[in-house]
Design a protein around this ligand. Structure first.
Ligand SMILES: Cc1cc2nc3c(=O)[nH]c(=O)nc-3n(C[C@H](O)[C@H](O)[C@H](O)COP(=O)(O)OP(=O)(O)OC[C@H]3O[C@@H](n4cnc5c(N)ncnc54)[C@H](O)[C@@H]3O)c2cc1C
Length: 571
């Protein structure tokens, strides 16, 4: 149940304390409390998701960016992008970033997970061995308009009895036919893929999204839904910021205590788990909490006046993100989302339709199709670098095809096809570091985007390929103007420098590695290396970024982590 303060807890002896109620934390809190004898305290910095319209209605998702439900971080100036700083969104609400994300359901390629198994020396992380966790997570449901979905997904690779609802588009978008036609017209270069979640991701296919009954299925709505959050052995403390994890009494390496505040640091409180502390604060805040606790690179900590308790130099390193350019093509149509975005009456009407019947254009996020594609094998870049994709069936770049945008502020004029291009297997690495010894201050987030020639090459080629895609006959008469006149590498680079952003998929800052590796933050069982009682379960543990949107990989990791914890404690 939700509690307001620790005083609400009659029995303060807790088996587990989980920090952060996002994708990872929601799964752990749910699975551990399946056993009524196990008690869990879940601490979340943000507030409740109950009754927040923009969270629940999938098509209103872009209104959540920079809202009260967003941590609203900002990156450091990105050298390769004319020193621009970038907005960094993360969910500040029950459900974490799954309550504010775009809901796209992608697992990545089978090779992504087989690479994890390889890196960690643990076959448990391989695609085949993770299937049972994929199935525990997913509950495929029919789209709200009940259209015939034959040929839009492969039921054989989906689960119909998991927890998070997943569905296909429930309201047709004006570009569906043109997109599908292009995949047959240009089938060599842009093949149709019936189901990008089968393990073989390459090609273009229909978007699957974490939606049920036209409503967002976040970790708050699913794993922490009413029947679970009301469990007497699950205690959820909202609006509570964790500052540090602490050594438990005299035990040198035993970290099972947590320090938190509910009044911006005016008063602090401490609670100790009898079994484990699980940090699930996400890629940005997990290393932040570790470093403020004295767990990190001793030289870096010393320079900030933080006493090192455990020297672990990989904390905060290996930050990996997918850079994206949202290319807007002016189109000859009024049937795009901009028409709704700039007309308050129309927006009120579609919102009312959603509230009354769960129908209409906002039952879906704005994306209709996604493509996962590779550079040709003879690309000149491969003379300089080894192919960084997890394998020959894993993409280098992603295309996201959207029938305009329902955003604030809406463009004053014009209707658009947003055809985003992003690097799905990026090779640049950045870091999370501290600005000061005050745990209430935000960390420094340096993605180091486009540090490598490979990432830049990919995003240029991806843009050039969108032009080929839109030159297909199916788009005749539809496109009025391109987002840029740039054609040469230099011109494209300037366009990229002015327009690239992050895809909001940062991972890897507390990466897992094999037991014998000299680098890494957690072992293959997600325990912090060299410590007792402390585990990490969120996107920060990814050793490599899968060619995917990241919520499903976190769910998969967390489902396995729950079993690892249960096995370890025999519960
Ligand atoms: C705008 C946007 C769109 C996205 N779209 C998609 C998409 O379409 N598909 C997809 O797969 N992925 C998407 N993602 C990414 C995906 O949602 C994340 O990868 C995923 O939610 C990460 O899970 P996590 O458990 O690591 O962290 P989170 O879900 O972020 O959870 C971390 C939780 O910890 C809490 N927390 C942090 N610090 C503290 C602290 N000190 N004390 C207490 N609590 C704390 C946070 O408030 C948060 O609730 C998107 C992300 C964004 C921002």
């Amino acid at each position: 149940a939700v509690i307001s303060t620790l005083d609400d807890l009659v029995d303060k002896s807790l088996d587990f304390v989980v920090i952060g109620a996002g994708a990872g934390g929601g799964v752990i809190a749910n699975r551990l409390t399946e056993n009524p004898d196990v008690s869990v305290l879940l601490i979340e910095a943000g507030g409740s998701n109950e009754g927040v319209l923009d969270v629940a209605a999938p098509g209103l998702d872009s209104f959540l960016i920079n809202s009260a439900w967003d941590w609203n971080f900002t990156s450091t100036p990105q050298i390769a992008l004319n020193n621009r700083t970038l907005a960094v969104s993360r969910g500040f609400i029950l459900g974490g970033t799954t309550s504010i994300n775009q809901m796209v359901y992608t697992r990545g390629s089978s090779e992504d997970y087989d690479l994890w198994a390889n890196i960690t020396d643990d076959e448990g992380w391989s695609w085949d061995n993770l299937q049972k966790y994929i199935r525990k997570n997913e509950r495929f449901t029919p789209p709200v308009d009940h259209h015939n979905t034959t040929g839009q997904f492969d039921p054989n690779v989906h689960s119909f009895d998991g927890i998070v609802s997943v569905s296909l588009q429930g309201f047709p978008s004006g570009i569906d036919n043109r997109t599908i036609q292009t995949t047959s017209e240009l089938s060599e270069e842009f093949p149709f893929n019936l189901d990008m979640n089968s393990g073989f991701q390459l090609g273009i296919g229909w978007v699957q999204a974490t939606i049920g009954d036209g409503t967002r299925s976040s970790s708050a709505a699913s794993y922490l839904g009413p029947s679970f959050i009301s469990r007497p052995n699950l205690h959820v403390l909202l609006n509570t910021r964790v500052l540090r994890v602490l050594k438990t009494d005299h035990q040198q390496s035993d970290f099972r205590s947590v320090e938190f505040t509910q009044d911006a640091g005016v008063t602090t409180h401490t609670i100790t788990a009898s079994k484990e502390l699980i940090i699930a604060a996400g890629t940005i805040m997990t290393p932040h909490i570790l470093m403020h606790s004295g767990i990190g690179d001793s030289e870096e900590l010393k320079s900030l006046g933080i006493q090192t308790v455990h020297h672990l130099p990989s904390v905060g390193k290996n930050l990996t993100e997918q850079p994206i350019v949202r290319n807007k093509w002016l189109v000859n149509s009024t049937g795009t989302l901009e028409t709704i975005a700039r007309n308050d009456t129309l927006l009120a009407e579609v919102t009312e339709e959603w509230e009354r019947r769960r129908m209409g254009p906002i039952v879906d996020p704005p994306l209709s199709f996604i493509g996962w594609l590779r550079l040709p094998e003879n690309s000149s870049i491969f003379q300089q670098v080894v192919d960084p994709a997890a394998g020959p069936n894993t993409s280098h770049y992603e295309l996201i095809i959207t029938n305009g945008a329902l955003s604030h502020p809406a463009p004053a004029t014009g209707n658009f096809l947003t055809f985003s291009t992003s690097v799905s297997s990026p090779t640049s690495r950045g870091s999370i570091s501290l600005n000061s010894s005050n745990p209430l201050e935000y960390p420094l987030i340096n993605f180091n985007l486009f540090d490598t020639a490979f990432d830049r090459f990919v995003v240029r080629e991806a843009y050039r390929n969108t032009k080929k895609f839109l030159a297909a006959q199916s788009w005749d008469g539809y496109i009025l103007a391109s987002p840029t006149n740039a054609t040469t590498d230099d011109e494209l680079d300037e366009y990229i420098n002015q327009n690239a952003a992050t895809e909001n998929h940062p991972v890897g800052t507390a990466a897992m590695s094999s037991n014998s590796a000299a680098y890494g933050v957690v072992d293959p069982d997600l325990r912090v290396k060299g410590l007792v009682g402390l585990r990490i379960v969120d996107a920060s543990v990814f050793p490599r970024l899968p060619a995917a949107h990241t919520q499903v990989p976190v769910y998969i990791v967390a489902e396995r982590a729950a079993d690892l914890i249960k096995d370890f404690w025999g519960i």
